[in-house]
Ligand binder design. Structure first.
Ligand code: HEC
Ligand code: HEC
Length: 333
């Protein structure tokens, strides 16, 4: 037992040295061209990846709530996956899928379980798309998995990927200012997303053609269980990707403006997902900005919704450390 502990702490020590760092290669998505669909073979695999691309960019037209074939209505809103996963899900810090295949299976706190990439796709289907899970054996699910897989070419398992996920903001130590957020919205967002947040349809209601500018609140957008409904995720996404055309290299909004406008957007009504109390069943790793009960740290619903977050983050860190210490102590016994 003792030997194992020594060995593992030695491992930690060595991992920090450059020689072993090679085992976890670092790779940057910034200025790295994503795999091109033009290079796909004309075979069954190529066809599946191309269908995955279609599903990703024109979700509303293939599995949206307005498609002719009722049995194909899996998404509950008229967004596309690319309403958030921008540039065909390749844009750095807009939750790109490049390399994602290499990160699954993966522990997910929301389920407190190891998840597959298919389960992750269904996470967004049921929340971001406010819809139903795709059957694992469906051609649509296989196509999503194949597209993500193709986009992940050349990224090895275990790689540290710069540009993955969203780039966090420096979190202001205060509650979001919704009045300031409304002013930021009027100045920087309303021209595309509308003063009423309903965006702009490409055609008309019922045509399954989706949006030129997607809605940010109301009935036809992500539900309250979505990652985008969390303040720190929304602020991170908005700061580094909005107004459209913005990248992490030259953000238009300050951290404070992104935080306030995220508060304003998330203060509006949106579809409600049933059963959210079952999310994050381990509780100790429930994110501080998951704004639905139960609130395990005794802080108010308002603080989880709008901040201030740094005190909650400190508390969460302390709790995780205490849990780890208790676990380590138990392992020594
Ligand atoms: C020039 C038009 C434009 C402006 C201005 C703009 N957006 Fe967007 N926004 C888009 C488009 C288009 C998308 C869909 C993704 C894409 O195609 O790049 C989007 C997507 C989003 C999304 C994710 C999808 C959804 O429906 O929720 C959020 C959140 C968002 N924008 C918030 C904002 C906020 C907040 C601002 C102001 C700071 C803003 N946007 C300004 C065009 C714009
Ligand atoms: C309203 C915005 C939004 C839309 C629309 C959306 N997603 Fe997501 N997605 C997110 C956010 C935010 C994350 C990362 C944060 C999280 O874990 O919740 C994410 C994460 C993912 C991941 C994991 C990425 C990683 O880095 O591990 C996959 C895979 C994914 N989404 C698939 C999909 C698919 C497939 C669709 C369309 C059917 C879709 N998403 C639509 C917001 C969205």
């Amino acid at each position: 037992m003792k030997a194992r502990i020594v060995a593992s702490s030695l491992g930690l020590l060595l991992a920090a040295t450059p020689a072993l760092a090679q085992e976890a290669p670092t790779l940057s998505l910034i200025d790295r061209p994503a795999p091109s669909l033009d290079k796909l073979p004309k075979d069954a695999y190529g066809d599946l990846v191309r269908y995955g691309h279609e599903l990703t960019t024109r979700t509303f037209a293939v599995i949206g709530p307005e498609v002719q074939e009722r049995s194909m209505r899996f998404a509950g809103n008229n967004l596309a996956c690319t309403s958030c996963h921008q540039n065909e899900a390749t844009k750095p810090y807009a939750m790109p899928w490049v390399g994602v295949s290499a990160t699954f299976p993966q522990y997910r706190a929301r389920e407190d379980a190891i998840s597959s990439v298919e389960e992750r796709v269904n996470g967004c289907m049921e929340r971001s798309m406010n819809g139903k899970a795709l059957p694992l054996e469906s051609r649509e699910m296989k196509a999503f998995a194949a597209y993500i897989h193709y986009m992940s070419r050349g990224v090895p398992v275990g790689a540290k990927v710069e540009g993955a996920g969203a780039k966090q903001i420096k979190v202001p130590d205060r509650r979001a200012d919704l009045v300031a957020g409304e002013a930021v919205y009027a100045r920087n967002c309303a021209a595309c997303h509308g003063v009423d947040g309903q965006g702009q349809r490409r055609g008309k209601v019922g045509d399954a053609e989706g949006y030129v500018f997607p809605p940010l609140w109301g009935k036809d957008t992500f539900n309250n269980g979505a990652g985008m409904n969390r303040m720190l995720t929304a602020a991170a996404f908005i700061r580094h990707n909005m107004p459209q055309g913005t990248t992490h290299v030259a953000p238009v909004l300050s951290d404070d403006e992104a935080f306030d406008v995220a508060g304003y957007v998330l203060s509006k009504s949106r579809p409600i997902k049933a059963g959210l109390e079952n999310d994050f069943p381990a509780r100790w790793n429930k994110p501080v900005d998951a704004a639905f009960p139960p609130y395990v740290d005794g802080a108010s619903a308002d603080q989880h919704r709008y901040g201030p977050y740094p005190p909650l983050m400190d508390l969460a860190r302390q709790r995780a450390a205490a849990l780890k210490a208790a676990r380590d102590a138990a392992a020594m016994r």
